[in-house]
Structures are given as structure tokens and as C-alpha cells.
Design a protein. Structure first.
Length: 314
């Protein structure tokens, strides 16, 4: 059985990827924040992203595949731009990717669609319609660092999915709660992206790993949508009251700032490389809904499973 090291269990992408892969690989997951328990996954915490830490974990785990979910793995629709100022993510990824190369492990970096902006739509991998914000430039710097090493794969995406309960309510949990309470009122119909369910991302990057893809690929949902349209489709899928929101006014100037514009991704390159199609949004939302009842959330949050097993034993 091959070993996968997933770095960043505190992200929706990292936690969901680790959960999905744990049934087919030996998965070791790392987080630099509060410890988390995922069924079938060895989870650990680490304090720093320095050279010694990266070398320690690569030597200890000896993975064939490293999946790195750092600051870029957060959905640009939900991340607080202030998080980019807490550590130096370029140095962090440099240490991890260098350690992976030293140990001949393949390296997948989950990056972000937020390096782009409008008015261009469906950005291809080499699109020059780039966002000029400091955060977007930092994301591009991280990608450049990763690309310096061999056997690396950079996946640009925008994921949604359930958050580990250890870290509290995430964006999806908050949206569902506000819809249930009938209190949703946030209007954002100007930004557009191609969001993808985190577990769908996990299946695609596993396929890419098996095909030994390297370079930069866009992996995204099959539909371009705004946050407010996303909320309306989410409400429909979950059987909740669909919020009626006012129409947007006409913009006289292009929106600026990190993730405030058009970040939709063109996925022709990955579709041709793997002979696959990208999931439609309603299909992803239905799978998200089903994960509440099909045991996936028990795997993502191992504590309820352990409690259930203790009750049976008693």
C-alpha cells in the first residue's frame, strides 16, 4: 500500500482529500493547528514549516506522494486575506517541496483560482488576466517555488465542502445554518468562479497522480457561478427556502482586489489529459447533501465513530 502525506488538515481541501484517500492508501495527515481526528488517517501536529520539520516528517513517513494544502488551498470566496500575513508561505512550501524531492516523492500543490481576475472568463493555465493584489502575487510566488522541483503538480481550483468539526463551522456549515434560520442576506453577485466539491477534487488528483501528471492544471466545476447563485442552488438541494435577493446594479468599473472579480477556470487541459469531464454544480451539491447521511461525515470527524463503537461495546 502506497503512503500519502497530506499537509494541511485544517483546510477543507486537505481534510476531505485525506478522508477520501484513506480507504486506498496509508494516509498520514499533518496540521499546524488544533489536532484533528480523521478515520483511517494517522494525524499529527507540527509547530514550524522549517527545513528540519519537513525533513523529519519525510524521513519518518517516507511517502510516495505528498499533497500540500497551504494557504492557497482555501477557497478564495471564504478566506480572510489577513491570513496571508501570518507566516511566509513561500518559505514554507519551499521546505516541504525540497524535502519531497530529496526523498523522491511526488508533490501535489493545491493552488487557487484567485491568481486571476476579470474581465476575462474561463482562464486557461497560461492566461495573462492576472489579479494584481498582494495576495494573488503571493500565490503566484508559491507556484513558482513549487515548479522549481521535479515531479510536482500544481492544481488551481476553488473548493467547497464540509469542515472538520474540530475547527468549528466552515463556510458551508454557516451557509446552511443561515438558510435554515431564514437570515441569509449577503449579496455578492459580481464575483464569479467555477467551484468544485472537495471530494470530487480528491478523485481527480488521485487520477492525475496515477497518470504521473506534472505541471499546472486547472481542476474546477463545470459551471461558472456567483456566490449568490451558489447559495440559491445550495438551498434548493438541501430543501431550504431559496433566498430572494435584489438584482445587481450595473458596474461602471471593473471590480478590483483579491478574489473580487472573475476567477472562473478553463479545464480543457486536465479533461484531455485524463479523458474525464468536470462535475456539474448540482451533482456536487447533491453529493455534499448525501455526505450528511452516507457515513462520510463520520469518517471526516472520527470522534462520533469512536463514541458509537464505545456504546456498542458497552
Amino acid at each position: 500500500m502506497e503512503t500519502v502525506l497530506v499537509i494541511g488538515l485544517d483546510t477543507v481541501a486537505g481534510a476531505n482529500i485525506a478522508t477520501c484517500l484513506s480507504s486506498r492508501y496509508r494516509v498520514v495527515g499533518l496540521t499546524s493547528t488544533t489536532p484533528v481526528s480523521i478515520q483511517g488517517c494517522e494525524t499529527h501536529t507540527y509547530l514550524e514549516d522549517d527545513v528540519e520539520t519537513a525533513e523529519h516528517w519525510l524521513s519518518l513517513v517516507r511517502p510516495q506522494w505528498v499533497v500540500y494544502c497551504g494557504i492557497a488551498a482555501h477557497s478564495a470566496w471564504s478566506i480572510d486575506p489577513e491570513k496571508f500575513a501570518t507566516k511566509d508561505p513561500v518559505v514554507a512550501v519551499r521546505n516541504w517541496v525540497n524535502a519531497a524531492e530529496l526523498h523522491s516523492a511526488r508533490f501535489t500543490h493545491i493552488s487557487s483560482d484567485a491568481i486571476f481576475t476579470g474581465p476575462w472568463m474561463f482562464h486557461e493555465e497560461d492566461c495573462q488576466g492576472q489579479c494584481e493584489s498582494e495576495q494573488a502575487e503571493l500565490l503566484r510566488a508559491i507556484e513558482r517555488e513549487v515548479s522549481l522541483c521535479d515531479n510536482t503538480l500544481i492544481i488551481r481550483t476553488n473548493v467547497f465542502g464540509w469542515n472538520p468539526a474540530t475547527y468549528g463551522a466552515g463556510e458551508i456549515e454557516n451557509l446552511v445554518q443561515t438558510l435554515e434560520a431564514g437570515s441569509y442576506s449577503k449579496l455578492d453577485c459580481y464575483r464569479h468562479a467555477t467551484p468544485l466539491l472537495a471530494t470530487d477534487l480528491a478523485a481527480i488528483i488521485e487520477h492525475a497522480y496515477q497518470e504521473r501528471l506534472t505541471g499546472i492544471f486547472h481542476v474546477a466545476g463545470g459551471e461558472r457561478i456567483s456566490p449568490v447563485e451558489f447559495v440559491q442552488r445550495l438551498a434548493t438541494t438541501f430543501g431550504l427556502t431559496v433566498p430572494v435577493l435584489p438584482r445587481a446594479t450595473v458596474l461602471n468599473e471593473r471590480t478590483t482586489g483579491f478574489a473580487n472579480g472573475e476567477t472562473s477556470l478553463h479545464t480543457r487541459k486536465i479533461r484531455r489529459a485524463l479523458s474525464i469531464s468536470m462535475p456539474m454544480l448540482d451533482d456536487g451539491l447533491q453529493r455534499l447533501f448525501d455526505q450528511q447521511h452516507n457515513g462520510f461525515l463520520n469518517r471526516l470527524n472520527d470522534a462520533p465513530v469512536r463514541q458509537y463503537e464505545q456504546e456498542i461495546a458497552a
